[in-house]
Design a protein around this ligand. Structure first.
Ligand SMILES: [Ca+2]
Ligand SMILES: [Ca+2]
Length: 332
């Protein structure tokens, strides 16, 4: 009898220990879940703060650009292009913002500017004539008719081109745009454009802006692809750099109007006939400008404790569309 009572006491003790263990595990699980949810809420709160701060950043950038609205030209020595006080370490809403633009000079040296980039410093794929596209895609000329088919409204195939019939026969089919490209990434959908070719050309291209190239901001490589001779593109670079040989400083040469370009260059450098012809050709074809209309914001946004961050790629057209961005993408 005594043994039976001892056995029962032992079983009750083991059962109690099991129940205690189960209760402890349940409590631990609830604590972990509560902690996870708290953390999740913090990150969701961070997301909201980062997005709101990025929107405040767009308002800030447009307000800086609006100071230049009445000036007849856009140049790299204006504060939208580089002003650390305005663009390097900003505190807006609930986060820190940095607007940076990385460039590479002719020697391959990289330089960081704190400011915005103008889209008219690049060639617009939606407007570039065939002769310009042929210079850009000289490594694979068949891309030119394919790209022209991609952006024209019809489904008539150009020689060596491709329309929807081709794209819809692919293993992962899609339709031809038959209209303007909406982002530069769309170029990689065009027949013949491999990842290597895309990487090779992406730095000189855009799908935003008027289609004209700004003589005050475009690189010599872009100017040459637009149709100017290589030697004239170099003379324009030297003129813009000024006496300190640095672009984006006070002594920079600036073209205030298209009408003054030939006179200002000729005053400093003796232009050859070939250089004059290339300049006049581009001017007559209305391929050049001195004022930009679209600007790109490469924006890094961090929470004040640096726990969360986002990088945004945004394009605005402040003189035409105001605050509403033409393009907004989170860079992963
Ligand atoms: Ca088409
Ligand atoms: Ca300079």
């Amino acid at each position: 009898m005594l043994n039976k009572i001892r056995d029962n006491s032992g079983s009750v003790l083991v059962l109690s220990l099991w129940i205690l263990t189960l209760l402890s595990l349940t409590a631990l699980s609830l604590a972990l879940k509560a902690r996870f949810e708290l953390k999740l809420t913090k990150y969701q709160w961070d997301d909201i703060c980062l997005l709101q701060s990025a929107k405040a950043g767009v308002v800030h950038a447009v307000s800086v650009l609006s100071k230049h609205r009445a000036i007849g030209y856009s140049a790299l020595n204006q504060e939208w292009a580089h002003a650390p006080a305005l663009f390097e370490k900003l505190s807006m809403a609930k986060a820190k913002l940095t607007f940076a633009r990385d460039t590479q000079d002719a020697m391959g040296e990289r330089k960081r500017f704190y400011g915005l980039a103008d889209e008219e410093s690049k060639i617009n794929l939606n407007h570039a004539p065939k002769e310009v596209l042929e210079k850009i895609f000289s490594m694979e000329p068949d891309i030119v008719p394919c790209l022209m088919d991609w952006r024209d409204k019809n489904n008539a195939v150009l020689s060596s081109g491709a329309e929807s019939r081709y794209y819809e026969s692919l293993p992962n089919p899609y339709s031809c745009r038959n209209g303007p490209l909406r982002s530069l990434a769309e170029l990689s959908l065009v027949k013949g454009v491999t990842p290597d070719i895309f990487d090779e050309v992406k730095e000189v291209l855009t799908v935003f802006g008027t289609g004209q190239v700004n003589l005050n901001t475009a690189s010599p490589a872009v100017l040459e692809k637009t149709g100017l001779t290589g030697s004239l593109a170099e003379k324009i670079r030297m003129f813009r750099e000024g006496e300190d040989f640095v672009m984006g400083t006070e002594d920079d040469g600036v073209f205030e109007s298209l009408g003054s370009v030939l006179q200002r260059l000729n005053h400093l450098y003796a232009l050859t006939d070939e250089e004059r012809v290339s300049l006049n050709h581009c001017l007559q074809k209305k391929m050049l400008c001195v004022k930009s209309t679209c600007f790109r914001l490469n924006m890094m946004v961090r929470t004040f404790d640096s726990r969360s961050w986002r990088r945004y790629d945004i394009v605005v057209s402040p003189y035409q569309k105001g605050l509403q961005p033409l393009y907004w993408s989170e860079v992963l």
